[in-house]
Design a protein around this ligand. Sequence first.
Ligand SMILES: NC(=O)C1=CN([C@@H]2O[C@H](COP(=O)(O)OP(=O)(O)OC[C@H]3O[C@@H](n4cnc5c(N)ncnc54)[C@H](OP(=O)(O)O)[C@@H]3O)[C@@H](O)[C@H]2O)C=CC1
Ligand SMILES: O=C(O)C1=N[C@H](C(=O)O)C[C@H](O)C1
Length: 247
Amino acid sequence: MKIALIGYGKMGKMIESIALDRNHEIVLVIDQANAQDLTIENLQKADVAIEFSTPQTVLQNLETAIKAKVPLIVGTTGWYGHLQEVKDNCISTGSTVMYGSNFSVGVNIFFQINQQVAKMMNKFSDQYDVGMEEIHHIHKLDSPSGTAITIAEDIIHEFDHKNEWVDVKSDDPVTNHKPEHLIIESYREGEVPGTHAVIYDSDVDRIELKHIAHGRQGFALGAVIAAEWLKDKSGFYSVKEMYDFKA
Ligand SMILES: NC(=O)C1=CN([C@@H]2O[C@H](COP(=O)(O)OP(=O)(O)OC[C@H]3O[C@@H](n4cnc5c(N)ncnc54)[C@H](OP(=O)(O)O)[C@@H]3O)[C@@H](O)[C@H]2O)C=CC1
Ligand SMILES: O=C(O)C1=N[C@H](C(=O)O)C[C@H](O)C1
């Protein structure tokens, strides 16, 4: 499979290495320095494009890839306020896009567990409050993480007492906390690849669900597997549609 890499930072480089190991070919690499080379003509040399750039550049890159009609995997986070317009653009032009806040199999299992537990805990919401924590490296540009947003939205969908997530930076005091707010505490520490926790707390006990990434390999492998899955499809997909955990 011929792959175009859009964004050649920590993730782009790891995706390149995994893609080559799986006998794919990298036919285009776009970074800030050669961003002008992201043209429809260049993109059409690839079977699939994989985008891990920045929250500031992703929308422009998405638009170009949609015009080129090259199936696109989008791993970049921090743009989900524009999700519906990107989806409409993709569908109306007959293009192919898969987005995901996290491509690793472990986090996608965690997403499923989180939904099941939230459904169970909703029956005991008079006793338990729910909160979240996410920890990432100090270079991360967005907060809360895309993964934390996915987890929070899944909880809000199941847990009647929460209707909105609120990001709290670790160095800010938690103010104006309303009971219907799901607080996400975001920590930025050293080179942490990505840790997410959901905490249910009552007067008598505490239940914690936690996913700790040991590195970026799981995210990168998931993105390459997603590209293999998406190559011959058309439409707009979430990574959750690729992982099928039903027995
Ligand atoms: N969905 C998932 O599974 C995962 C998602 N992510 C997300 O992926 C994104 C990238 O993460 P990461 O690789 O760690 O970040 P990096 O900062 O290491 O890499 C981003 C790269 O994008 C480049 N860039 C800047 N402008 C453009 C442009 N116009 N077109 C193409 N590339 C450009 C940057 O170049 P320069 O350095 O020159 O500015 C940099 O090399 C983040 O949003 C992160 O949250 C991360 C891990 C997993
Ligand atoms: O920026 C990162 O590093 C990561 N970003 C993604 C996110 O925002 O959820 C996925 C992973 O947590 C690493």
